[in-house]
Design a binder for this molecule. Structure first.
Ligand code: URA
Length: 232
């Protein structure tokens, strides 16, 4: 059971203040009866909640695709620096969302935000080997031997990477596909080949592709099809 105003505002359609006004105006009904107080405790999964006769579209979990810009941290909060959660409007920020995995502060691209802990755990589990595709620009000249070394498994100072994909796009640009997610992994793998990464962007995570229509800093909910693909 949860507070009615919390449940309705969690849909992102109304602020808590607006919900209070809606209740006062008699526009909110729970199981056919006009609600008398915004703080009333109700069960959103078992009870029908209508605003102006329209179901509120309650979803247990929220799944957002964010186009992370450079310069923000993949964290929930930080006392000094801007985080990806700071890119969301206040009502979204209250939903307990966390980024699924981390991108470096200077890395851009696809970041999934959700409050579905089970899915997060599954996507991040090393056993899942969810593939991630990055576009990278480097200093130095990429060569077919770099792709061979990636396919064989790059040896870093503290571990050997799983075989990974490297597709050359030009002398200084490539697509990298990794099946694990260690700290600074793509940068370290390319550095091990003498190529310093100057720009990195994640394009895909499992079946989920960054929507090309999303500008940096923008987000949107996942479609039902995208969510089905991720849940497998
Ligand atoms: N690999 C990196 O080096 N950085 C990222 O942000 C993601 C993958």
């Amino acid at each position: 059971m949860e507070r009615l105003d919390k449940i309705i505002s969690a849909t992102g359609k109304y602020t808590r203040r607006e919900v209070k006004a809606l209740v006062r105006q008699g526009r909110v009904a729970v199981d056919g009866v006009p609600a008398d107080a915004p703080e009333k405790k109700v069960d959103p999964e078992a009870m029908e909640i209508l605003v102006d006769g329209v179901p509120i579209g309650y979803e247990k979990f929220t799944y957002l695709m964010l186009h992370k810009p450079a310069g923000v941290l993949s964290a929930v909060e930080d006392s000094r620096q801007k985080t990806v959660l700071d890119l969301l409007p206040p009502e979204m920020k209250k939903r307990g969302l966390s980024p699924v995995g981390r991108l470096d502060k200077d890395t851009e691209g696809l970041l999934l935000l959700t409050n579905d802990g089970e899915l997060t755990h599954r996507l991040l589990s090393p056993k899942s080997h969810v593939d991630k595709v990055y576009y990278a620009r480097v200093e130095g000249c990429l060569e077919p031997e770099d792709a061979d070394a990636f396919a064989a498994g790059i040896q870093l100072s503290d571990f050997t990477c799983l075989p990974a994909g490297l597709e050359l796009l030009s002398d200084s640009e490539c697509l990298v596909t990794v099946h694990e997610g260690k700290f600074h992994q793509v940068k370290r793998m390319l550095a091990a080949r003498g190529k310093n990464v100057t720009y990195l962007k994640r394009l895909r995570m499992g079946s989920l592709e960054l929507d090309k229509m999303l500008e940096k800093g923008q987000f949107r909910p996942l479609s039902a099809e995208e969510l089905r693909g991720l849940k497998g």
